[in-house]
Design a protein around this ligand. Structure first.
Ligand code: PRP
Length: 185
């Protein structure tokens, strides 16, 4: 039987590994900060599909307050991230006028998607727009992005699991890691 525990053996045990409890522990800490920072304010969490699904589920459930949750789907034009131009595949259902918006992401790589997205959401008249990301790769950054909450800064390696995919697979892993060579060679 192939289940998420079984496919975990596709990860390289000698490379970066964030276990489910590492991830959940860090998300709880971030949730505590968010609870404090947004006390007395309404809060709209905006998840970016598809990678942010797991982070949104666990971060939002660690909050000790009411939130609204909405989703966007975006894609880079012509399949390349280098232009920094992003196409909206699914827009928000929510009017952002006067709202406190917190974008929830799984990973910031080059920063191109998020810098475009922040600019786009800020043009809709919100009270504030901030970012929470589980992972950030400082060495891959091409565009500076102001990130309020970061789970882990990680090396510039290809990681999968906990929402992050390789050819649409591995999103359902509970942990995050690097694929072992035998899985793609
Ligand atoms: C990932 C991630 C961000 C983006 C970050 O999404 O969720 O949206 O890449 O990369 P950047 O900093 O280089 O712009 P991806 O395009 O892999 O789509 P997915 O979430 O559907 O897997």
């Amino acid at each position: 039987m192939v289940d998420a525990a079984h496919i975990e053996t596709d990860l390289d045990p000698t490379a970066l590994n964030l276990s489910e409890s590492d991830i959940l522990g860090r998300l709880k800490e971030i949730a505590g900060q968010i609870d404090a920072d947004y006390e007395g304010k309404d809060l709209l969490l905006v998840g970016v599909l598809k990678g942010a699904v797991m982070v949104m589920a666990d971060l939002s459930r660690s909050l000790n307050r009411h939130v609204e949750i909405d989703w966007m789907a975006v894609s880079s034009y012509a399949g390349t991230k280098s232009s920094g131009v992003v196409r909206i595949l699914k827009d928000l259902d929510t009017d952002l006028e006067g709202r406190h918006v917190l974008i929830v992401e799984d990973i910031i790589d080059t920063g191109l998607t998020l810098s475009w997205l922040v600019k786009n959401l800020k043009s809709r008249g919100p009270a504030s727009v901030e970012i929470a990301t589980l992972l950030r790769k400082p060495d891959a950054l091409e565009m500076a992005v102001d990130v309020k909450y970061v789970g882990f800064d990680i090396p510039n390696a290809f990681v999968v699991g906990y929402g992050l995919d390789f050819n649409e697979k591995y999103r359902n892993l509970r942990s995050i890691g690097t694929l072992a060579e035998h899985t793609y060679s």
